[in-house]
Design a protein around this ligand. Sequence first.
Ligand code: PRT
Ligand code: ZN
Length: 219
Amino acid sequence: MSVNRLRIALQKSGKLSEGSIELLNKCSFKIKPAKNHYLIQSKEMNTDFLMIRDDDIPGFVDSNASDLGIVGENGYMEYALENPGNDLEIIARLQFAYCRLSLAAPEGSGIKQLADYNGKTIATSYPATLADYLNKNNINARIIQMHGSVELAPKIAVADAICDLVSTGATLKENGLLETHIILESEAVLIGRKSAGNELKAKAEELMFRINSVIDAKD
Ligand code: PRT
Ligand code: ZN
């Protein structure tokens, strides 16, 4: 077999994709995304970029369908908690796509302190991360998983409160929700496998050398 190509999974389109592509293009990769292209090949470091949904990135890397991936720390954390014994590690924090995973409750609901969440129902797209936080803080609440529009859950009486990603806070405000507790601070991270062999580890280091030069130039 010829020398293995380096496989890097990126979000195809969404809040991580632009930042990921911009960062890598500053590292000379020349990625030009196109609508139906799920594979983008680059001569630079003989790389295959796999353009997929962000939710699929941790699983791709963990199961060796990709060598590296760029994902939100929140997505990595959810996967890691859902899959104990996984082989993933964070190789580097990439300083973009900053956000936080927070608990928020409707204005006037009376939910302010963490203890106020006892006995309540909380809607979230991050059930494992929320359950872990609630357990560690001895809070007993029911968790409802939603894959989108989490901020609408209290309005339609599906939940008393939510746990969702926040960036500017505008979405919470528009929906009459008050942020009460930050569960996780997140940014884009480069992930890989702990058990990766020496050849792959060396490639990841070379990539990090390039990425760090870009990040350092920005600071
Ligand atoms: O299609 P695919 O599954 O790939 O994308 P997606 O829709 O699941 O994810 P996407 O693109 O919305 O987010 C990808 C990642 O970007 C997240 O996992 C975070 O790591 C990061 N990120 C950074 C954010 C935000 N900022 C963000 N503001 N992800 C989501 N939001 C949403 C949030 O859910 C809420 O609806 O934006 C809204 C809040 O924003 P503000 O500015 O109103 O507070
Ligand atoms: Zn997603």
